[in-house]
Each structure stands twice: as C-alpha cells, then as structure tokens.
Design a protein. Structure first.
Length: 129
C-alpha cells in the first residue's frame, strides 16, 4: 500500500479497470473484518451467551488480557465451525395434562378475617352489592 492511501485507493491505483465495489470486495476477502459476539449471535439465530459459551469452537480471537478481555470472530470461520457443530435440539414441550406437576390444595382459612369475623371476634358486615 502506498503511504497515505486507503487500501481501496491502492488497489484502484494498481488495477484501474476495477470498480470501487470490486476493490472493496478484494479488501474484504484479503482482510476479513472481526465481528463481536452479538453479530455472530444474530447471524446464526443464537443467543450471545451461547456464542460466548462456544467461543473456542467458533474460533474467537481474544483481544487483550485479563478476565474481561474482548472476544472477536471472523464471521466466515465462525460460520464454518457452526455448520460443523452438532446442535442439540430442544426437548419437546410436554402438554399440561401429561406433566407431573404438583397442584397445591387451596389454602385453608387460618385467621378470624377469613372465617368471617373481625380480629376481636365480631361478625363482618355484608358488602353492598
């Protein structure tokens, strides 16, 4: 690349028959852009947490050091890794009547108010309709 020129301008200077879009395509192929976990998640329809959990398999690059170092991905490499993964399908949902959920019995009254009495033991007045 010539000093002070953008990569696209350098390619167009070297190959004047190319269009600007063709030069940009060449740059994208030669120097793939790193993307963040959210971009990978959006591309594959997965959660960002899933991407971080599978970062090593997806070819993550760790930028920096320490506990909170950023992870970036080449989308083409992540796609190749994702296509080769055996994804476990979600278990089918069990219909409500087939589930073994435990239903609680209704609460039994335990206070005088629930029995129709005030705290002092007098009967509650009826509510107007």
């Amino acid at each position: 690349m010539l000093p002070g020129m953008s990569p696209v301008a350098t390619i167009l200077e070297t190959c004047p028959d190319l269009t600007n879009d063709q030069a940009e395509a060449i740059i994208a192929a030669l120097f793939p852009r790193l993307v963040d976990a959210q971009c990978v998640a959006d591309t594959f329809g997965m959660s960002r947490d899933w991407v971080y959990d599978n970062a090593a398999e997806l070819g993550a690059r760790v930028l920096g050091k320490g506990k909170y170092a950023r992870k970036r991905f080449h989308l083409s490499e992540a796609k190749a890794a994702f296509d080769g993964m055996a994804l476990v399908e979600a278990a089918p949902e069990v219909p409500e009547e087939e589930s073994e959920s435990k239903h609680r019995e209704p609460r039994k009254p335990h206070s005088s108010t629930e029995l129709g009495l005030t705290k002092s033991g007098n009967p509650l007045l009826p509510l107007p309709a």
